[in-house]
Design a protein around this ligand. Sequence first.
Ligand code: NAG
Ligand code: NAG
Ligand code: NAG
Length: 498
Amino acid sequence: MVRWCTASLLSFTLFALASADSFENTAIVRTVELGGSLVQVTTTFAVKALEANSKVYTVALSDAEKQTASWLEARVKGQPNVLEVADRGPDSKFAVPFQHTVSFLIFYSGVHLLDISLPQPLGLNASTNIVLETIQTHATYPWPERASQQDPQGLKYKTDLLVLSPYRTAVQRTKIRSPSPSVHSYTTPENVGDFTLDAPVTKSGATITYGPYNNIAPSANEKFISKHQQPVFIHYDYEYPVLQIPKLKRAAEISHWGANLNIQDDIHLRNAGPALKGHFSRLEHQTQTFYKRSAPHVIPGLTLHLPAGIRNAYYYDLNGNVSTSRLRTAPSVPKNAQANQYSLLELRPRYPIMGGWNYSFTLGWDSPLADSASVDKTTGKYIVQVPVWTPIPASVVNEAEVKIILPEGATDVEFATPFPAVSSAMSTHITYLDTVGRPTITLHFKDLTERHAQPIFVSYNVPLSAHLKKPIAVAVAFFSVFAFALITRRIDLRIHKN
Ligand SMILES: *[C@@H]1O[C@H](CO)[C@@H](O)[C@H](O)[C@H]1NC(C)=O
Ligand SMILES: *[C@@H]1O[C@H](CO)[C@@H](O)[C@H](O)[C@H]1NC(C)=O
Ligand SMILES: *[C@@H]1O[C@H](CO)[C@@H](O)[C@H](O)[C@H]1NC(C)=O
């Protein structure tokens, strides 16, 4: 047993060393753009390979960072191609092989490792810049938690002082940018004497800079984290509403019969800013609106970009049709054309949505099927694109359900999501005049941002017999009425014959 442990310990150490020795970070710069529901974090790693043929660079995220990173993308600086990122999961891989023999070695390090595949292997001493971009959601919270109608809107953001890495880092810094220069407070880190002799934090305008911190040992391990890592809080003013969509349900119905794609969204919107203190005063609101200094934690309305070429748009809430909205439709654009055309919808709810308030509404429209469908020439299958969602700018969708209802009788259904869904299922949906029902794909997603508004591709066959089913069903229905009328006319229901 002792020999086993020693052997395992040795290989564990070797493994860890090998991993830490393949690269060195010559510099790390992390930039945090604070916002309301969304916070954009861009980290640039200037890396140097310490081994020939280095292909995989590993980044480490803390648990909290992993939890909030709803969108994540890695690139070589200045290049358009997105690099492949493989998630190793919360446990470091060294621990797994020894699970049963030396369980005391298995501690949870509190870091999440992601392997980034470089476009080409780096030679010894070669260097490159890797840019990791994440959009964080649920990373800010209102502070104070309650505000009256005249108060400003303060938010707090929490992050970790140091960017973790399995490799040595020569120098790193973190810049946190507030959207407004009014930063109420920020943390001054302690015990950073190992890394810097200068001021550990500086503020210039709306930017707070932590670092430069020098000579940082490999940090993606529990020992380093417990010794050096510390939380950093920024308290700042945010002048726009904090929009959250706790629940979004989208139903997309494809109809070949009407050459139509109908989209209907049931949106549960929440103002996630500070909860309103005291009563809502419409007079105060009108006064503020009149002087164009509406409180930031009030949502008076929304402006949405809907697709070009839509028809029959509708918008209603629990009380019925909302007439105080305006839609300007743009004409249809050919599919796949890089069009910047969109229809503009200005939504005006019946009442301004104050901090902590919810508002549920339904929004729907029709669009020509030809704008999002095509036929695969080799297989003859239809391919339809349905966007995961239509973004409400600067908002996060906590939970989304997307249902795609295909034409009746569709077969060989396949679909591809632009990023993994939380769950997916197939079922059959039966509506008016359907005979066999429509195949339906139901997908669930969580923490969607504007970056997730990408198409889901669905492909299927519609056999000719299925195409004819609807006309036949309609014809049968029509004919029955006709026949009934014909028969009733022949039957004499009069009681007395003259
Ligand atoms: C790589 O860099 C190290 C240290 O800077 C140097 O000693 C070594 O000769 C370099 N190797 C090559 C192949 O350039
Ligand atoms: C709903 O309101 C819009 C905008 O005023 C109007 O054009 C539309 O006809 C209304 N729809 C219904 C069903 O009343
Ligand atoms: C708003 O919705 C959230 C969940 O979506 C709920 O927890 C909260 O109680 C609701 N607030 C009000 C005022 O109804």
